[in-house]
Design a protein. Structure first.
Ligand code: SF4
Length: 376
């Protein structure tokens, strides 16, 4: 029988595990410290434990780690995509975003912490939500990640970078609110074990309104981001089918509720598409929104994902030009909207969410296929 993997268990769960082994409860807290604060990759590194206890642990449990398959660093801005293999062979990606990369131009200088090193983590293998601009969506949903697999992205990225991760954003492959329990358990471990403050953790949703309310009710201190992209219901449903289930009115009600409960400003993510969501009407709607809900807007450049499904056009939308983007932002700022331009980080390293995992998987699959000559 497969030994249980302890990575992903909270301090309370590790204490329960130790008591079941006939050990004192405090052993669980020590195990927690060894696994997350000291990042011991195996039981034999836990040198404060007796040899007998280490042997017991070894025979009854395991500590599983993700395997780093590939790291691609952008020559331009240092953004690094990490491709990980899970224990069942599936692959996910995380993105290390250095300071001055998260935001562009004068926004970079204005960001308070230039020492930040942000990690964007995945929460699912694939995603069921089918947003038409997203590479991950082309995979469908393969499975949810476990708390351990989410936490280990941070542990492995820190080891790779050789310095602490200061901020974590749940904005990689998958919809975090469709894996809510595992995501929140990983947040608990990241804050208490890896010592990253809750206010430096952001969970980004495509708009699963009921879970926004639930997160507000639970009084969590982490931040919320919402992928908005347009304030026109029909257009949003076309871009993000989730909007048919939770239309803008319901979504924005939930966001307002979240603000009332937490007094935390929400971030709205807004990919700017040429001629589609960058009109005067769009601008007026954003201004109105930011006056009714204290929030900030992140304008994001669009990475074309035509590669993701060759022959099948998922969206005909085009990225807005840099000039258009600057102008849009200037006009929003003239209206006193808090707005940043997120840098088009790592265009040379398959920057769109899911793009590296899909491209590498495609190469792996085609390499495994017998060639035409071989079949004959
Ligand atoms: S954008 Fe996010 S929610 Fe939408 S399909 Fe991609 S991973 Fe899923």
């Amino acid at each position: 029988m497969k030994k249980p993997n302890l990575k992903g268990l909270t301090a309370a769960e590790l204490s329960e595990f130790c008591v079941a082994l006939g050990e004192k409860e405090y052993r669980g807290r020590q195990l927690f410290t060894w696994m997350y604060e000291k990042e011991a990759p195996s039981f034999d590194r836990m040198t404060t434990f007796s040899a007998k206890f280490r042997e017991d642990l070894e025979s009854r449990a395991s500590i599983e780690s993700l395997t780093l398959v590939e790291a691609r660093r952008s020559a331009g801005d240092g953004t690094t995509k990490l491709l990980f293999e899970l224990s069942d062979g599936k692959r996910i990606e995380s993105v290390l975003i250095p300071p001055k990369t998260a935001f562009k131009g004068k926004d970079a200088g204005e960001e308070e912490e230039q020492k930040r090193l942000t990690l964007c983590v995945s929460t699912q293998v694939g995603c069921p939500l089918d947003c038409s601009f997203c590479a991950t969506a082309t995979m469908g949903l393969l499975r949810n990640l476990t708390p351990g697999e989410i936490v280990d992205q941070v542990i492995q990225a820190r080891a790779y970078a050789g310095k602490p991760i200061t901020n974590v954003v749940y904005m990689g492959m998958g919809e975090p609110f469709l894996n809510y329990e595992n995501v929140m358990k990983s947040v608990e471990i990241i804050t208490t074990g890896l010592k990253i403050a809750a206010k430096r953790i952001t969970v980004s949703t495509a708009g699963w309104a009921p879970m926004i309310r639930q997160m507000a009710d639970e009084g969590r201190k982490i931040k919320l981001a919402v992928s908005l992209h347009t304030l026109d219901d029909n257009a949003r449903t076309e871009l993000m089918p989730i909007n048919a289930r939770f239309p803008l009115e319901e979504l924005l009600d939930a966001v307002e509720y979240y603000y009332r409960k937490t007094k935390e400003r929400v971030t709205f993510e807004y990919i700017l598409f040429d001629g589609w969501n960058d009109t005067d009407d769009d601008l007026r709607r954003i201004v109105k929104l930011s006056r009714s809900i204290p929030s900030k807007i992140n304008i994001i450049p669009f990475h074309d994902i035509a590669f993701a499904n060759p022959g099948v056009k998922r969206t005909s939308l085009k990225p807005a030009s840099a000039e258009r983007m600057e102008e849009f932002v200037r006009r929003l700022r003239d209206e006193h909207v808090t707005v940043f331009i997120r840098s088009s980080a790592g265009e040379d390293i398959d920057a769109a969410c899911g793009q590296l995992a899909i491209n590498v998987e495609r190469k792996r699959t085609s390499a495994k296929k017998p060639t035409h000559t071989a079949r004959r």
